[in-house]
Design a protein around this ligand. Structure first.
Ligand code: HEM
Length: 321
């Protein structure tokens, strides 16, 4: 009799434990995650970003890119913020990041303010997600509700950063499969690429396009060649959007229609392939772009977050606790 009572309890309790632990591992992010524990969080992030953008408009673009490079490497877990040490190899010196990603000091400043208001509560990954949204809005772009509750990685991966962030010489097929491998579809790819409506790129990233490609407006190529020689000048900068590099608008797509994409990968989105019609839509319908960009940012921000008891809340975004 006893075994009849006790025995059936086993599977039930195991089931319960499994259910509880799986829901902790897959816990959903939520927009009100810090509503009680850090109610001033969004105001703190916003104020610091207003200051940072006032100092340098480009910083909004740099932080948006930081978020992309964080999310594409083992999820949005702030792994990109970790410094290298003699015993720890981070992602900052990966090929797509070295001498390229920037904005770490701004995240440090925001984190310091957040720690003063509510210590050991808010992850660096969430701070980056919020700062990104504020930066986009400050430059005139769309807003969106940022799901929160990510935790910070205790590891980073140089090799994943080298292999999983798409390079500027990628063709459309490679771009599509890179995004697909992160659960993002072709619409997400084309909408998120509109981030290149702001910010700058180094000569080394677009040299091949302006000298070797034929799907480029000759006048535009000549303009860019003037400050990006065949050899040397690797770090010379040019705007990704030649029209309005500090305004978050749909000019990126209008440029693509007249073959003025700066990167080879940009022009791949409008080169007789599957994304042509969507590029035309975004070029003529800024609202459609704004809506799709915002929705795609939420989806990118949902890539494999650490939640529940996974990871940690880093005290200093540059080092694991
Ligand atoms: C589709 C594949 C993509 C490729 C191949 C790509 C490549 C690049 C490259 C090569 C640069 C210039 C880096 C340098 O000069 O060192 C750049 C800049 C930038 N990227 Fe992308 N990118 C892609 C998608 C994205 C996405 C999805 C976002 C954000 C949602 C983004 C945001 C930015 C921003 C804002 C900048 C300017 C950063 C600054 O001025 O500091 N990119 N990208």
């Amino acid at each position: 009799m006893a075994s009849r009572v006790v025995f059936p309890c086993f599977p039930v309790s195991i089931l319960l434990v499994l259910l509880l632990s799986s829901s902790a591992a897959n816990a959903q992010l939520s927009t009100n995650f810090y509503a009680r524990t850090c109610p001033r969080l969004e105001i703190i992030v916003r104020n610091a970003m207003i200051q940072a953008v006032r100092r340098e408009t480009r910083i909004a673009a740099s932080i948006l890119r930081l978020f992309f490079h964080d999310c594409f490497v083992n999820g949005c877990d702030a792994s990109i913020l970790l410094d290298d040490t003699p015993t720890f190899t981070g992602e900052k010196n990966a090929l797509p990041n070295q001498n390229s990603v920037r904005g770490f000091e701004v995240i440090d400043a925001i984190k310091a303010n957040v720690e003063s208001a509510c210590n050991a509560t808010v992850s660096c990954a969430d701070i980056l997600a919020l700062a990104t949204r504020v930066g986009v809005v400050l430059l005139g772009g769309p807003s969106w509700q940022v799901p929160l509750g990510r935790r910070d990685a205790r590891t980073a991966s140089l090799s994943a950063a080298n292999s999983q962030i798409p390079p500027p010489f990628a063709n459309l097929t490679a771009l599509i499969s890179s995004f697909a491998s992160k659960g993002l579809n072709t619409r997400d790819l084309t909408a998120l690429s509109g981030a290149h409506t702001i910010g700058l790129a180094r000569c080394t990233t677009f040299r091949g396009h302006i000298y070797n490609d034929t799907n480029i407006d000759p006048t535009f190529a000549a303009t860019r060649r003037a400050n990006c020689p065949v050899s040397g000048g690797d770090n010379n900068l040019a705007p990704l959007d030649i029209q309005t590099p500090t305004r978050f608008n749909n000019d990126y797509y209008r440029n693509l229609l007249v073959r003025r994409g700066l990167l080879h990968s940009d022009q791949e989105l409008f080169n007789g392939g599957s994304q042509d019609s969507l590029v035309r839509t975004y070029a003529t319908n800024p609202i459609a772009f704004a809506n799709d960009f915002a929705a795609a940012m939420v989806r990118m921000g949902n890539i494999s977050p650490l939640t529940g008891t996974n990871g940690e809340i880093r005290r200093n975004c540059r080092v694991v606790n």
